[in-house]
Design a protein around this ligand. Sequence first.
Ligand code: AG3
Length: 271
Amino acid sequence: MSWFIEYYDDSALMIKVKETLFESKGIQHIQIFETAGFGKMLVLDGKIQLTERDESFYHEMLVHVPLFMVDEPKKILVIGGGDGGTVREVLKHNPDEVVMVEIDDTVINACRKYIGIDGGALEDERVTVLIEDGMEYVENCKERFDVVIVDGTDPNPVSESLVKEDFFNNCKRISNIFATQAQSPFIQKEYFIEIYKSIKKAFENYRIYINFVPTYPLGLWSYMIASKNEIEPDYDKIKQRWLERKISTKHYNPDLHVASFALPEWLKKEV
Ligand code: AG3
């Protein structure tokens, strides 16, 4: 047994590891571990992307919050998300078409082989997987999507374009509702503020929501949802859609959906 340590600026998270299942250094440094208590774990460039034990906390909030805000989410675009967890959740809404644009096919193949959280979602006939840069895809995109979701990594040279105003402007042009993961507002305040400022410039309406994901930087995670139209989490509508769609989840429910928009005072001061 050894410890995998993810270092933050002045703190760190340690996960006990049994063995390394996969490692490769290409566009990104990919590591997949079997852990002692968190199941399989995906790490990109030293940063924990998911563990089997709590990935549902993240993927379900990233996906179900925007999708339950829409009457009939039929056509969905996912940027990033090579492990397939986001597409797996999207399919629960029974869409007609899902496009996933992932820049690194090694992540897709390694996750399929060694983790398998997509549960076959990426092979579903309604799903098209494109190996392409997300920014270039949205720039050239002539289609429209009901919902666009960004499941990216911490901003780095590969994913940096996905937090810029230009990218969000294109997402606005091609979507009715847009949602992105938005980092830890507590431990990665600069990233969070950068995403917030770009979203604010690009969209008329935007809201922040939060939940806890134990293996992400000190546990608190944020997301932003944005649209040309007004965004108001209407509990009754969400509850009704939840009952109609009969979606089973491990973490998400309509109460949590509405509660996740309540922000603590220290965070309200930042936005
Ligand atoms: N992507 C967002 C997680 C980033 C975690 N950051 C960190 N550990 N420093 C998750 C991808 C899962 N589909």
